[in-house]
Design a protein around this ligand. Sequence first.
Ligand SMILES: [Ca+2]
Ligand SMILES: [Ca+2]
Length: 133
Amino acid sequence: MATVENVRLAITASTTKTGYSDLAYSYELHPSELDSAWNREYTVRVDLWGEDLIDDDVLAWGKDEHKVKFDGSGPCEPKKVDRVFEVETKVLDEDLFGDDEVYLTVEASTGLGSDAAGEDPVIGRSNTVIGNF
Ligand SMILES: [Ca+2]
Ligand SMILES: [Ca+2]
């Protein structure tokens, strides 16, 4: 199985759509030897969370689905991925009073094929962005 590392998140107001925010994130997908040798392809999705004292809330899930494929070009070289997606800013307003604490998790899986790495996704968590959304 690969690992998801160095997940970073930054949130800015959209410059093109009123009421929307751009979520720019990056991460590294580090392959296992088999991932590289078999040119495995991972499907990656993002969940968005609001941090709370007891249980964190899911604000949005299954966002920005994309694929990352290892091509065996180098031995176990990580794939560095930079992406942006937008959400309505009100989705980020996870606390009615005070600041909102928002982070995302990157979830990568290979599915159930015979050359897949396993059924369970690998998950990486970003930094928490504190804002007033
Ligand atoms: Ca909170
Ligand atoms: Ca708020």
